[in-house]
Design a protein around this ligand. Structure first.
Ligand code: NAI
Length: 299
């Protein structure tokens, strides 16, 4: 089978100065994409800024014979997001791929989490992904082609102690992914999300040291690169990926309990087990399919 190439394609990768984003940018560039390497260059908690990380990754791509341009802009502001897209248009004349990867952490138990700590994490992960994708969207629509990859997290999909802000943002990205997939469908825009696990500065204190190699970022990037390729037609999906394992994560609805002639509180109590059944489940592709199932049950 032929190697998957990106010649002629222009990709934006946010937060590409370190970790996963850096690896996505290197791999896309090695396969022929022209890459906008965005990174604000701050600390893990989002404080500070530096042009260094983005510039370093651009230098590395160029040294390898690829094409890239740095964007030290902030994904969390509308001006920053527009500047990132403008960088792509000014340098390369188009944009085909948006990989929303930039992220910060402000972990606190819910009791101790301030509204500011909640807002700051939402602003980078969820609102930042909205802003950058929104700035690129008219160009993707116009050319009737685009690939968008969001970066969710197992913490959002399944919950994690101390990450109320982060998990809300990361599950929010799943909803954003599904709706953008619906809105982009007829314009050739495919939108998917990954929920990665990898050894980076974000997680190095969490994982046992012996997993450093097994959880390297190289084991995550192939899924992002596939989702960014024109031959991928899947859209609206979320894939769990880490350590070389890849699987689809899905939101499904159980068979439930239906009572057509008035549901009482006692009916809920008495049928709690059936209400909590997961098999056979329905996997609706959109709200239409979900409500159609309800109408069917009511007939
Ligand atoms: P990282 O800290 O190495 O990379 C994140 C990058 O985003 C940094 O280079 C940072 O400078 C940049 N950034 C932060 N705020 C920014 C802003 N406002 N504008 C532009 N750039 C900004 O961490 P890692 O692990 O590579 O994370 C990448 C993504 O993967 C994040 O969205 C993270 O939440 C997600 N993720 C990572 C997991 C892991 O196991 N490493 C697990 C689940 C999700």
């Amino acid at each position: 089978m032929a190697e998957l190439r990106f010649d002629g394609r222009v990709a934006i990768v946010t937060g590409a100065g370190h970790g996963l984003g850096r690896q996505h940018a290197l791999e896309l560039a090695a396969r022929g994409a022209k890459v906008v390497v965005n990174d604000l260059g701050g600390a893990l908690d989002g404080t500070g800024a530096s042009t260094g990380p983005a510039a370093d990754v651009v230098a590395e791509i160029k040294k390898n014979g690829g094409e890239a341009v740095a964007s030290p802009d902030n994904v969390a502001t509308a001006e920053g997001a527009e500047a990132i897209v403008r960088t792509a248009l000014d340098a390369f004349g188009r944009v085909d791929i948006v990989v929303n990867n930039a992220g910060i952490l402000r972990d606190k138990s819910f009791k101790n989490m301030s509204p500011e700590e909640f807002d700051q994490v939402i602003a980078v992960h969820l609102r930042g992904s909205f802003l950058v994708t929104h700035a690129a969207w008219p160009h993707l629509r116009e050319q009737a082609y685009g690939r968008v990859v969001m970066t969710s997290s197992p913490a959002g999909l399944f919950g994690n102690f101390g990450q109320a802000n982060y998990s809300a943002a990361k599950m929010g990205l799943v909803g954003l992914t599904k709706t953008l997939a619906a809105e982009g469908a007829k314009y050739g825009i495919r939108v998917n999300a990954i929920a990665p696990v990898a050894w980076t500065r974000m997680t190095e204190d969490l994982f046992p040291a012996e997993f450093q190699d097994r959880l390297s970022v190289e084991h995550v990037t192939p899924v992002v690169v596939w989702l960014a390729h024109e031959s991928n037609e899947s859209s609206g999906e979320t894939y769990s990926v880490g350590g070389g394992r890849v699987s689809r994560v899905f939101v499904a609805e159980g068979p439930g309990f239906t009572k057509k002639d008035g549901l009482s509180v006692e009916d809920v109590r008495d049928n709690w087990q059936q209400i909590n059944e997961t098999e056979p489940y329905l996997l609706p592709r959109n709200i239409g399919e979900q409500t159609a199932a309800l109408f069917e049950a009511l007939q």
